[in-house]
Ligand binder design. Structure first.
Ligand SMILES: [Fe+2]
Ligand SMILES: [Fe+2]
Length: 301
């Protein structure tokens, strides 16, 4: 999907989210988790780099402070929506990224190029999501004001990362930067897709993403990486949790229950489901997921 088409599709998703208070709260709950645990991860990196690279450590401490503050701002918006943050179920983007990224690097040696490339790619995702989300919010509300501030600060984090990576390139490490950026872009995309993928065949698609990442690693690390990540991904509980959370969200949202009721009435009346209906979208996603799963086999046949 081209960037523009993806943006249009994402904007439609955000319009639906903003129009539904339960979905909006659940989305903010995921942001809160990402910001808070992202901040913890960056603070831990700052502590690890303190002895060898104090200048980088200091920048990371400020960065972590920003992310903790973002979490507090998002919690503030959520409280206005009616409920404080609580741990989301399912596979969380920030955790999946951390697990895939950590195992892809040498655990004994924290490399500045790898660290900055990894951080930069997740900041870009944050900026992309916040920018689209903010664009769909009414400008006069508190949610707009706070989330717009978060978005602007994420843009600052992206700029800082870009500058650091450009400096490393200028210092003769361009090939390393390029390699690290390619690897972490694949890891980031994998973490993002895995965190959203609750459709049939999700564990197999997750394994395929792990194999794609392993191809970017030195040959001697490829098999241990796939085995380690496959064993980690074998736990079915988070995926079941994510599916249950979707059911719970539908059950707790009068608007979503109404949509499902309307879909069921159409099914009972023998009418086709509209593609933008909730069940229609789920059925469509499931059909596409199954098609994607079997396409390589049918192509090979
Ligand atoms: Fe943030
Ligand atoms: Fe950030």
């Amino acid at each position: 999907m081209s960037a523009t088409r993806q943006e249009v599709a994402m904007r439609q998703v955000f319009e639906r989210i903003v129009a539904d208070p339960d979905l909006h709260w659940a989305t903010m709950n995921l942001y809160y988790y990402s910001e808070y645990h992202g901040a913890e991860g960056i603070a831990a990196l700052a502590a690890r780099t303190e002895a060898t690279n104090p200048q980088l450590a200091e920048a990371l401490v400020h960065h972590a402070e920003d992310e903790f503050r973002h979490a507090a701002m998002i919690a503030d918006i959520m409280t206005d929506f009616g409920d404080a943050p609580r741990p989301p179920l399912g596979i969380k983007y920030v955790d999946e990224f951390a697990a895939l990224a950590t195992a892809s690097s040498n655990p004994d040696q924290l490399d500045e190029v790898e660290l900055l490339a990894a951080l930069n790619v997740t900041e870009k995702r944050g900026l992309f999501s916040f920018a689209l989300h903010v664009a769909t919010l009414p400008k006069e509300g508190k949610a707009y004001k706070l989330l717009n501030q978060v978005k602007n600060e994420e843009a600052g984090h992206v700029r800082w990362g870009n500058t650091q990576l450009a400096r490393l390139k200028a210092e003769g490490r361009a090939a390393e930067v390029q390699r690290a950026q390619t690897k972490f872009e694949i890891i980031e995309q994998a973490a993002y897709e895995t965190s959203l993928d609750i459709m049939p065949g999700a564990p197999l698609r997750r394994l395929r993403r792990i194999v794609d990442i392993a191809r970017e690693l030195p040959p001697e690390h490829q098999i241990p990486y796939v085995v380690g990540q496959f064993l980690r991904a074998a736990n079915p509980v988070p995926l079941l949790g994510a599916r249950w959370q979707l059911v719970e969200t539908i059950l707790s949202s009068a608007r979503l229950r109404e949509q499902v009721g309307a879909d069921v009435r159409r099914i009972l009346a023998g009418q086709p489901l509209a593609t933008d209906s909730l069940l229609g979208r789920l059925v469509d996603d499931a059909r596409r997921a199954v098609e994607r799963l079997w396409r390589p086999l049918t192509q090979a046949a």
